[in-house]
Design a protein around this ligand. Structure first.
Ligand SMILES: Cc1cc2nc3c(=O)[nH]c(=O)nc-3n(C[C@H](O)[C@H](O)[C@H](O)COP(=O)(O)OP(=O)(O)OC[C@H]3O[C@@H](n4cnc5c(N)ncnc54)[C@H](O)[C@@H]3O)c2cc1C
Length: 219
């Protein structure tokens, strides 16, 4: 088990009361998200690229084209910053200044390690199953050629931060007490993720039922 390190760069300075340092909350945020934004330096230029991911125990797994700039940079040992964000709501304060968003977010610092051989297939299965549980056993498995074109990487969950923002706005007393402030509606609007109805592509024979693992997928 990778040991979490406490570091100055993962210590929240802005609104530190929103920080969560326990690994269970980190895991919960990562397990709830689908997209990670991976930041690396490319010749002095910061780049941040969104990718799908999954958590496997105490690491985060990503995969992509072996020809991708991002994956080549990560494979060469570039320090990375991986951010997962889940938007939970809009916070409408009486003042625009205090208006904000509710969210769960996690930031992980580290360097990636390449996964190969049988372990790569295991990692790809974890990523596939995170995005669509049940899909691994129902779709065609990667061929040797496809595996060669794919790079699969792991980052340890050792140096991380988690920030949670929830609930109603925190308006200043003057806005809560003044007549002008009292006349303004304030609160928060939850944002939920909703899955649409699955649409088969043109090659699925007519009348083919949508598989249970697709229709039963909830988030
Ligand atoms: C959906 C969303 C919308 C946001 N909108 C705004 C906005 O409009 N304006 C704004 O100023 N801020 C916004 N934030 C908060 C923002 O992410 C930063 O936390 C904040 O701006 C402070 O940045 P900083 O560099 O001063 O953080 P510091 O507290 O100095 O950061 C120190 C360390 O704390 C950790 N950290 C900081 N922020 C986060 C985070 N969000 N999640 C996990 N770890 C974190 C990192 O490890 C970082 O290295 C938003 C956050 C989310 C998730």
């Amino acid at each position: 088990v990778a040991k979490a390190v406490k570091s100055s760069r993962t210590t929240l300075k802005r609104l530190p009361e929103k920080a969560r340092t326990d690994v269970a909350t980190l895991h919960a945020v990562l397990d709830a998200g689908l997209i990670a934004h991976v930041g690396v330096m490319d010749h002095g230029q910061p780049i941040v690229i969104p990718v799908g991911y999954a958590r496997a125990q105490d690491s985060i797994l990503i995969h992509g084209s072996a020809a991708s700039r991002l994956f080549k940079l990560l494979d060469s040992g570039s320090p990375a910053c991986v951010t997962v964000t889940i938007l939970d709501g809009l916070v409408l304060a009486r003042s625009l200044f205090e208006s904000s968003m509710n969210y769960r977010s996690a930031i992980i610092f580290g360097t990636a390690t390449r996964i190969s051989g049988a372990a790569e297939l295991d990692a790809l299965k974890v990523i596939t199953e995170h995005l669509m549980p049940g899909r691994w056993d129902h779709a065609r498995q990667p061929s040797p050629k496809e595996l060669k074109a794919t790079m699969t990487l792991s980052l340890p969950l050792t140096e991380y931060s988690v920030k949670l923002s929830e609930g109603p706005p925190g308006d200043a007393d003057e806005d809560l007490e003044s007549d002008a402030g009292k006349a303004i509606w304030a609160g928060h609007i939850p944002i939920y993720e909703q899955l649409g109805v699955p649409i088969p592509d043109q090659f699925v024979p007519q009348g083919t039922p949508v598989p249970d693992y697709v229709t039963h997928w909830t988030r």
